[in-house]
Design a protein around this ligand. Structure first.
Ligand code: ASP
Ligand code: MG
Length: 441
């Protein structure tokens, strides 16, 4: 059995959905379970319509129009969506009446994108001769906690899903299942977080013991850099789970950062593929990665980060200073990404200014603090980086020659990334230069 997840752009319209159908047809012998996102833009449209309802500005027909257009281009009869359309109207009216949008209502409204998409897609597939059936993932045992906007399945979801699949999914039918959403034991609709359909796919893959999870998107697998910044970004054929997780965290938009956890636990390979170029082998992410790799794997960056520096002589020869600083940061919910220390100073980055500003008065008791905004973290990701002679020299040399000033560096023995911090405005110079040095030589 394989899990095949198709993202919003892969199911954006009839033309794309036809491509998806051919791809699925080609894999019928592997018993595919299809997971779908909402059509491109639909989740945003739903959330916006709920926000508009709070303002009593009923943009309601928008989402229904958008979905109706796709449904009719697929030739779906009206009854496929009638109930959901009614539910959306009722919900938006309700939100308008109470003029309040709780995390619970937000998940409820956001859930319709995937629920409508799978119904249309399964109906279309079936009429085109590919027997398919739409499922809301909760009907297949995907029960979550009540953490709206970031829900996770309950401990025994795997068992529930295996049982439900055996009972509800006929052998000769392709199940088309909603990504992103879930339901609590008490029946509340939840979501696993924006862009979370990838996570649904790996969670299902882990639950069902899939041989592989395929993530179908709109690039030729994972690339060595963001193609919008680097024209010559190239495909990475093989990478290890930890490299891919690092990349996802540092801004590669291809995978959602928590996506790989369930796959890592079960050792299920994740393959990233291009719906618009299905013959391309894409990227395989697994436990081994590319043991033969000669250089780094890729370059990624995260903009709009915040840097904190603490300078203090209290650190001289003192035990426990960093522990105190990090304890304070943790208490204020500051998530720390990159750190670099010397005998009397520590610099660190975080992605949100607000919690840091709350922590600042406490931190100032430890030493003199400075906060810098508009910073980027630029990382070179790859295995065994410390064992590659000359690599760090080349990295710094190319970035500085490109005219970027490096504020901070972090690198350790055994680390799979070399991290640099610089001004946001220097990224456009540094990234292409670095890519040329590492991959275009
Ligand atoms: N439709 C959801 C979103 O836009 C989930 C996903 O696409 O993965 O966030
Ligand atoms: Mg996505």
């Amino acid at each position: 059995m394989i899990v095949m997840k198709f993202g919003g752009s892969s199911v954006a319209n009839r033309e794309q959905i036809e491509k998806v159908m051919e791809i699925v047809r080609g894999r019928l012998d592997r018993r595919p379970v299809v997971i779908s996102s909402a059509h491109k833009g639909m989740t945003d449209a739903l959330i916006n319509s709920a926000k508009a309802a709070v303002r009593r500005d009923f943009a309601l027909p928008d989402v229904i129009d958008l979905q109706s257009e796709i449904a009719s281009s697929l030739g779906c009869p009206g009854e496929v969506l009638a109930d959901l359309f009614q539910e959306i109207s009722d919900l938006l009216r309700g939100i308008g009446l109470v003029r309040e949008l709780s995390p619970r209502s937000l998940d409820y409204i956001a859930s319709f994108g995937e629920r409508m998409a799978v119904r249309c897609i399964a109906d279309f597939f079936t009429r085109q001769g590919l027997k398919a059936k739409a499922y809301d993932v909760w009907d297949l045992g995907f029960i979550t906690d009540l953490n709206f906007g970031n829900a996770r399945p309950v401990a025994d979801y795997g068992q529930r899903m295996r049982k439900a699949f055996a009972e509800l999914v006929p052998e000769d039918v392709v199940p088309v299942v909603t990504g992103f959403v879930g339901k609590s034991e008490s029946g509340e609709i939840t979501t696993v977080g924006r862009n979370g359909s990838d996570l649904t796919a790996t969670l299902l893959g882990a639950a069902l013991g899939a041989e592989e999870v395929e993530i179908w998107t709109d690039t030729d697998g994972v690339l060595s850099a963001d193609p919008s910044v680097v024209k010559n970004a190239r495909n990475i054929p093989l990478m290890r789970f930890d490299e891919a997780a690092e990349l996802a965290y540092f801004g590669s938009r291809v995978l959602h950062p928590s996506t790989l956890l369930p796959a890592v636990e079960k050792g299920i390979p994740v393959r990233v593929l291009n719906t618009n170029h299905p013959g391309h082998p894409g990227t395989v992410i697994d436990r081994q990665g590319d043991a033969q790799a000669k250089t780094a794997t890729s370059v990624a960056y995260k903009e709009n980060q915040v840097v904190l520096t603490i300078n203090t002589t209290q650190m001289l020869q003192a035990a426990g200073f960093l522990a105190r600083a990090f304890d304070l940061l943790a208490r204020h919910g500051v998530v720390v990404d990159v750190i670099s220390t010397s005998e009397i100073s520590v610099s660190l980055t975080t992605d949100k200014l607000e919690p840091l500003m709350k922590a600042l008065p406490d931190l100032e008791r430890l030493g003199q603090c400075q906060v810098h905004t508009h910073k980027s973290v630029l990382v070179v990701v790859g295995r065994d980086l410390a064992q590659r002679p000359g690599l760090t020299v080349n990295i710094l040399d190319s970035v500085e020659k490109a005219g970027a000033r490096v504020d901070m560096v972090s690198f350790g023995l055994g680390s799979i990334n070399f991290s640099m911090v610089m001004d946001d405005k220097d990224i456009a110079k540094a990234v292409p230069a670095l890519h040329r040095t590492l991959f275009e030589g």
